[in-house]
Design a protein around this ligand. Structure first.
Ligand code: SF4
Length: 149
């Protein structure tokens, strides 16, 4: 394997595992595990330039990885959106993607690179709609925190 074929996260983790955790995973704090949002945004950027991007996403989708690490530039929920997109493209129900060879999934993503942005945008608009719906269903004068309980 040449240097250009090595996953960016693997290269960074081999030099600084704590930094890799911060960029793609979570960090231990006094309050438990937390996400460093700025670092994870940087992790996403690094994924975009990673030579393993499509293979990485294909492994995550076919292996049904459920953790919320940043993988292939996407969170778990975003990967679920991508799985739906890939499933439609390959005419396979998303829950059956585990039966598809990762190379086939990687090839489809390589041919449809926009599907990654679509998955990210769909998840973003889902959150926007959910926040809007919560806001609209809240009785006038009730603080936002009231919706949590
Ligand atoms: S695309 Fe995958 S392999 Fe590459 S840096 Fe991101 S998480 Fe690591």
């Amino acid at each position: 394997m040449t240097q250009t074929q090595t996953a960016v996260c693997t290269r960074i983790a081999s030099r600084n595992a704590a930094l890799a955790d911060r960029l793609w995973g979570s960090v231990e704090t006094d309050h438990g595990e937390e996400y460093d949002r700025k670092a994870r945004a940087k992790g996403r950027e690094l994924c975009a330039s990673c030579p393993m991007l499509e293979n990485c996403l294909a492994q995550a989708l076919t292996g049904r990885w459920r953790d919320d690490r940043i993988v292939g530039g996407l969170t778990y929920r975003e990967r679920r959106k991508l799985a739906r997109c890939v499933g439609e493209g390959l005419d396979v129900p998303p829950r059956r993607l585990g039966h598809v060879h990762p190379n086939r999934v990687a090839a489809w993503i390589r041919e449809h690179p926009q599907s990654i942005d679509i998955a990210r945008d769909e998840q973003r608009s889902y959150w926007r709609r959910t926040k809007q719906a919560n806001h609209e269903s809240r009785p006038v004068g009730m603080p936002a925190q009231g919706t949590l309980f």
